[in-house]
Write a protein that binds this ligand. Structure first.
Ligand code: MG
Ligand code: MG
Length: 337
């Protein structure tokens, strides 16, 4: 590649276009990226360093933690706690908000992250990733839970890093979506996928079919029509994909289109959905919308949801605009009195 644009150059140039930008966000992003490079190296080392497998613990969601979940979380917290940019953090791996240690200054941003998404795929060597969301808060405060419970539309920045055959960063600051690839030799991300957009139509859907009997009627209808292909009302054949790693699914949707669904189901009445609102659905929703797609629960735009608690789960239907619109309309019809 000639005339490569590095991530720091890209961010700096983007910030210059915003009046009053202080550079704090660029610097915060840099800190996140530093942690992600460490996680990338760790994931890439695989079981050579004995980090595959489960730790003897569960997280707040009652999921068995992998050793890599815990180490990745430590890398994120250690890279972010001392910088002075953050007032607090929330992680999938911690029950409560993570406080900034008292010896460090507190800043004007909040970071919310899933340090290692798709970690059940680690032992089978499939793609995993780190998802992050940045919110603003009053500078210097010690944030309460309420400070974190902001709508996704308030995000100033969101992204995810994909640890696949290549390590990639997908980023939005509300001015479109751009993809960067890590040059492992140099240790720098370079812009390789400018202005990522999701085509409005698709013939590819991703859903966990083994949950079919638990879905509601609108999702049943939509998937049945896809599967009927040219013999049904859609008049075209569909392909199915399922990786069970959110970051990998969303990256595919961003690069070649599609619809991804983890819909509401009635398996467990205590959980509205599977994916976490604050550090999965919101950042992914911000990215998907910035790329021209939609992200909904089926009944509500994800970015407009008022969060009720920090580890809240929600149904997620995202991707190609025309397909998500169709699924939403099926929900509307179903909910009519
Ligand atoms: Mg996750
Ligand atoms: Mg995780």
């Amino acid at each position: 590649m000639i005339n490569k644009v590095s991530l720091p150059q890209f961010i700096t140039e983007q910030q210059r276009q915003l009046p009053g930008a202080s550079g704090d966000l660029s610097s915060l992003l840099n800190d996140i990226v530093t942690a992600c490079k460490q996680i990338s190296h760790l994931v890439n080392q695989g079981d050579l360093i004995g980090t595959w497998g489960s730790a003897a613990s569960e997280n707040v969601q009652g999921e068995v933690q992998k050793k890599l979940d815990i180490i990745s979380n430590d890398y994120m917290v250690d890279a972010l706690k001392w910088t002075g940019h953050l007032a607090g953090m929330i992680s999938e791996e911690d029950d409560d908000p993570i406080e900034i240690p008292s010896q460090y200054p507190r800043g004007k941003y909040l970071a919310l992250f899933d340090p290692l998404d798709g970690s059940s795929n680690i032992d089978v060597n499939l793609t995993v990733g780190t998802i992050f969301s940045i919110l603003r808060c009053n500078e210097g405060i010690k944030p309460s839970i309420d400070d974190f419970l902001q709508k996704g539309s308030k995000q100033v920045c969101a992204g995810f890093v994909l640890y696949g055959p290549s390590t990639m960063l997908i980023l939005t600051t509300g001015q479109g979506v751009n993809g960067f690839t890590l040059d492992q030799e140099i240790g720098e991300f370079y812009l390789t996928h400018p202005d990522m957009t999701i085509p409005e139509d698709t013939q590819e859907f991703a859903i966990n079919m083994s949950n079919q009997r638990f879905w509601e009627a609108p999702v049943q209808q939509y998937i049945t029509e896809c599967v009927q292909g040219t013999d049904g009302v859609r008049g075209k054949d569909f392909n199915m994909r399922w990786i069970a790693s959110l970051v990998a699914e969303v990256y595919r949707v961003l690069t070649r289109g599609g619809i991804f669904m983890y819909p509401y189901d009635h398996r467990d009445s205590t959980k509205e959905g599977r994916l976490r609102l604050l550090y999965e659905a919101n950042p992914i929703g911000f990215i998907v919308e910035q790329a021209g797609g939609l992200c909904s629960t089926g009944r509500e735009r994800i970015l407009e949801m008022k969060p009720k608690e920090i580890h809240q789960r929600v149904p997620v239907i995202l991707g190609a605009k025309n397909e998500v619109t169709r699924v939403i309309s099926y929900h509307k019809d179903y909910d009519l009195p």
